[in-house]
Every structure is written in structure tokens, then in C-alpha cells.
Ligand binder design. Structure first.
Ligand code: NBP
Length: 485
């Protein structure tokens, strides 16, 4: 990627500039440098750049810049700048600082967790000036950024082409395939990342509920649970999140010697991407109930003081006894089936968004680039990839032969687990909403006819009939005569 000067022996300009050297920016820069790229690095607070260079400067060809003008001057043309700052206003500020120094054809990459609506706005504004903008979801956390993340770029194909060789070189790989692919125009990449995070919320909530069931009904301590999760990770549930659950459950607090999970407060925090996923699903009318329950569960967990008070005042049922071995296997099956539902919902949301925004998302490709590098990487993403490769317009993952079978096999255990949780008074919102979705989805005659009757009664909202086309209204108060609306 060296320019012509490089070949003549002068110092070649840097292939890319990283603006923002926080947890992610620093490690992405190191990842690029480790592939032999010269990387210009800039951070608003100078000391962070200095610290990075002091610690990692000898790892590769880093070119420190102490202001934005020098960052741009250090780059080969067209310039590529990866902005890795806090999502929101900071991105607008960074873009505003870069803008006066950029020329037509230069590309700004926003690799943070930006809201896709902001990405659409920023892309439109920069493209109107002949500049390029690539909203890129990056998953994998600190470690993924360094060793190989999953990359979800969205923007114009021309903008992507400028970044493709660098992205492919730094991305995680699975079966020789890079975990990076062009997602679609404007906000497509950040939308895919948002849904990735929404699914992550559901996945984590399901794991937390499994832990709670093993703890409160099965009576298993954290160390025993760590062994269970390790065992689960050998089978269909094999995934990064199950693997690290075993690690977290097995860890002891050096200060007290107690299992660390018992010392950590039961208050979940969030940065908002799960909430966005639910909000956007509501906009599109897609029922992502498992993801949304996961968001709600975090809200409820955060109301700790109220829960502590309510625990004293609100009675629950007497304890329920069950053989732990049977419970462990049932929970494993229920977890897998619920997880299938959560992913089915997330992928359905992606399909709906793609249709609404004209992105042409390839869901098989999305599954492909989530197989490594990202937080929700899991063995069963191979199955999702196969399902969409077999049928690109699959209406739901639940209808793919493999998943149909998995859920059918698991359903008896799944129902036992949810029933047991209800009987024992253990809240399992994600397990139970996933099961309710499954039952609602496979129901060919639901209760919505009464909903329509009620709506027509109080608001003359009309209804449709099973045996005739058109809309109808019943004169409920008068003669009960039905009239075409
Ligand atoms: P950090 O919190 O580690 O660093 C934030 C960076 O943003 C710093 O370089 C900071 O500069 C810079 N910044 C801020 Br804040 N406001 C700025 C402004 N107005 N102008 C210029 N720079 C500004 O963040 P991070 O964890 O690296 O996350 C960066 C992005 O990547 C976020 O969108 C995040 O959601 C996303 N992400 C994070 C992870 C993860 O695991 N951490 C994973 C995937 C995606 P300063 O040093 O001068 O304050």
C-alpha cells in the first residue's frame, strides 16, 4: 500500500490514520501495524498517544500526530481515517475537525458503535461534499480489536473498496474466510452491528437465567456451574459467551476467597445498543421479544434498592425440588432452543430493515462474518449460514430443517424448565418469552380475532373476515348488522 515515494526510498506515507486511541482505537492500530502497515495515530488528549507509543511503539510503524492537520498530512491519498471515539457527539466533533483538511475521495471510517441513523446523516453530508464515509460495526472488544475483530462495513462500494484490503488483513478468520464483508449502503454496517449487540443482550440474558435456574432450583454452586458450562461448551452450545461464562463462574475473589460472581452486585449496566435494537424493531413491527426482555431485565436488575425492599414484602412460592442432573440437561436444551429463537428474531429484524432501507443485506454473509472475532461467535452460526445459503429468503430460521428439528427435540425440556421456573418463582423472562414466541409463531389460529372484534366495538376500527375480502364493521349497539367498511 506504499505510495510511489516509498518505492523511491523516501519515507512512504501512512496507509491509514487512527483518530482516537482508547481501548479499541489503540488495539486496532496495533493490529494494523502488526500486518506491516504504517499507521498514523492521533488522540485528542496528547498523553494517551504518548502512553501508547511508550508501551507499544516498538511493535510496528506508528506515526504519531499531535494535531489533526499533521494526522492528515501523514496519510497517503486518498486518505483513510478510522475514527474510534465515543459514539454520539464525539463522532460529529471528530468529523468536523477532520473536514477542513480532507479532499474529494478521502474516506472517513466511523468504527464506533454509532446509531445507524447518525451514520445515514453523516454519510449524506460528507458525500454531498465529494467525501466518503464508511460506517463500520466492529465487534470483538479489546482482544478482538488486537487479534482480529469481526467487521461490518456500510457505505458506498467505492468507500469500501478503499478499506477492503486493510479490513481483510486485520479481520478474524474462520475456515480461511475473513470475518469482514460489505454489508450495504449508508447505515447498513452499523445496523448489523446494532442487531449483533441486541442478540448479544439476549444471549447473555439467557445464560444468566440458566445460571439462576442451576443456582436456585438445582442448588449448584458457582464452581459446579463452571464445570457444567465447560461441558456445554463441548457441544451444540459451543460459543465464546458460554466459554467465558465458565471462566467467570469459576473465578474466586482474591480479597475474600469467595466465588467472584457472589461478590459482584446484581445490577446490569448497558450502553444502549440493545435498547436501540428493540426501538428499531418496534419501528419495523418485528417482534424481537427475547432481545427486548433482555433489555427490560437489565432495567429491572438496576432497580436494586426497590428489589431488596420488595423481596421482604412480596411472597413467593415454596421451594421446588428437582434432581440436579435432569435439571442441567433440561436447562441446556432450553437454552439452545431459546437461543435459536433469539437469533431467528434478530435475523428477521435484519431482513425487515434491509427491505425498508434498500440495503440488500445477505443474511448468510452476516452469519459468516459473525463466526469468529465477535462476541456472539458460536458454532451454530455455521448452521445459520447454511440455512441462508440453502434459502436466501427464509422467512424465519425456525423454519430451516436443522433448527426445526433442534427446537422440536428440545421443546419438552424447554416447557419443563419454564414450568418449573414459574412454579419455583424464578424469573426467566428470556426463556419464557422465547417459548411464547415459538408457540405464537406456530399457531395458525390465534386470539387476535377477539382483539379485532373489540377494536371494532369501541372504535369502529373494522375487521377482515376469514371468508370474504374487504373490511367490515358491525353496528354493535344497534341491530348487530355487519356492514362493509
Ligand atoms: P474509550 O472510552 O476507551 O476511548 C474513547 C476515545 O474517544 C478516546 O480516544 C477519547 O479521547 C475520544 N473522544 C471522546 Br470520549 N470525545 C472526543 C471528542 N469530542 N473529540 C475527539 N475524541 C474524543 O472508547 P472505546 O472503548 O475505544 O470505544 C470507542 C468506540 O468503539 C465506541 O463507539 C464504542 O462503543 C465502540 N466499541 C467499543 C468496544 C469495547 O469493547 N470497548 C467494542 C466495540 C465497539 P480522549 O483520550 O481525549 O478522552
Amino acid at each position: 500500500m506504499a505510495g510511489p515515494l516509498g518505492r523511491l526510498g523516501a519515507v512512504a506515507k501512512a496507509a491509514l490514520g487512527v483518530f482516537g486511541l482508547g481501548v479499541m482505537g489503540r488495539n486496532l492500530a496495533r493490529n494494523m501495524a502488526s500486518r506491516g502497515l504504517a499507521v498514523a495515530v492521533y488522540n485528542r488528549t496528547r498523553s494517551r498517544t504518548e502512553e501508547m507509543l511508550a508501551e507499544y511503539g516498538n511493535e510496528g510503524d506508528f506515526r504519531p500526530a499531535w494535531d489533526v492537520a499533521s494526522l492528515i498530512a501523514a496519510l497517503e491519498r486518498p486518505r483513510r481515517i478510522l475514527v474510534m471515539v465515543k459514539a454520539g457527539e464525539a463522532v460529529d466533533q471528530a468529523v468536523a475537525e477532520l473536514r477542513p483538511h480532507l479532499e474529494a475521495g478521502d474516506v472517513v471510517v466511523d468504527g464506533g458503535n454509532s446509531n445507524f441513523r447518525d451514520t445515514r446523516r453523516r454519510a449524506a453530508a460528507l458525500e454531498a461534499e465529494g467525501l466518503r464515509f464508511l460506517g463500520t460495526g466492529i465487534s470483538g472488544g479489546e482482544e478482538g480489536a488486537l487479534r482480529g475483530p469481526s467487521l461490518m462495513p456500510g457505505g458506498t462500494p467505492e468507500a469500501y473498496q478503499l478499506l477492503e484490503p486493510i479490513f481483510i488483513s486485520i479481520a478474524a478468520r474462520k475456515d480461511g474466510m475473513p470475518c469482514c464483508a460489505y454489508m450495504g449502503s449508508d447505515g447498513a454496517g452499523h445496523y448489523v452491528k446494532m442487531v449483533h449487540n441486541g442478540i448479544e443482550y439476549a444471549d447473555i440474558q439467557l445464560i444468566a437465567e440458566a445460571h439462576d435456574l442451576l443456582r436456585r432450583i438445582g442448588g449448584l454452586g458457582p464452581d459446579e456451574q463452571a464445570a457444567v458450562f465447560r461441558e456445554w461448551n463441548q457441544g451444540d452450545l459451543d460459543s465464546y459467551l458460554i466459554a467465558i461464562s465458565a471462566e467467570v463462574l469459576g473465578r474466586h475473589d482474591p480479597r475474600t476467597g469467595r466465588p467472584l460472581v457472589e461478590v459482584i452486585r446484581d445490577e446490569a449496566e448497558q450502553k444502549g445498543t440493545g435498547k436501540w435494537t428493540s426501538q428499531e424493531a418496534l419501528e419495523l413491527g418485528v417482534p424481537v421479544s427475547a432481545i427486548t426482555e433482555a433489555v427490560f431485565a437489565r432495567f429491572l436488575s438496576a432497580q436494586r434498592e426497590r428489589r431488596v425492599e420488595a423481596a421482604r414484602l412480596l411472597p413467593g412460592p415454596p421451594p421446588v425440588g428437582v434432581a440436579p442432573e435432569r435439571l442441567v440437561e433440561d436447562v441446556r436444551r432450553a437454552l439452545y432452543a431459546s437461543k435459536v429463537v433469539a437469533y431467528a428474531q434478530g435475523f428477521e429484524q435484519l431482513a425487515a430493515a434491509s427491505a425498508a432501507f434498500g440495503w440488500g443485506l445477505d443474511l448468510g454473509t452476516v452469519a459468516t462474518i459473525w463466526r469468529a472475532g465477535c462476541i456472539i461467535r458460536a458454532r451454530f452460526l455455521d448452521r445459520i449460514r447454511e440455512a441462508y445459503r440453502e434459502r436466501g429468503d427464509l422467512p424465519s430460521l425456525l423454519l430451516a430443517p436443522y433448527f426445526r428439528e433442534v427446537v422440536a427435540d428440545a421443546q419438552a425440556a424447554w416447557r419443563r424448565v419454564v414450568g418449573l421456573a414459574v412454579e419455583a418463582g424464578v424469573a426467566v423472562p428470556a426463556f419464557s418469552s422465547a417459548l411464547a414466541y415459538y408457540d405464537g409463531y406456530r399457531c395458525d389460529r390465534g386470539p387476535a380475532s377477539l382483539i379485532q372484534g373489540l377494536r371494532d366495538y369501541f372504535g369502529a376500527h373494522t375487521y377482515r373476515r376469514v371468508d370474504a375480502e374487504g373490511s367490515f364493521h358491525t353496528r354493535w349497539g344497534d341491530d348487530g348488522i355487519e356492514v362493509p367498511a
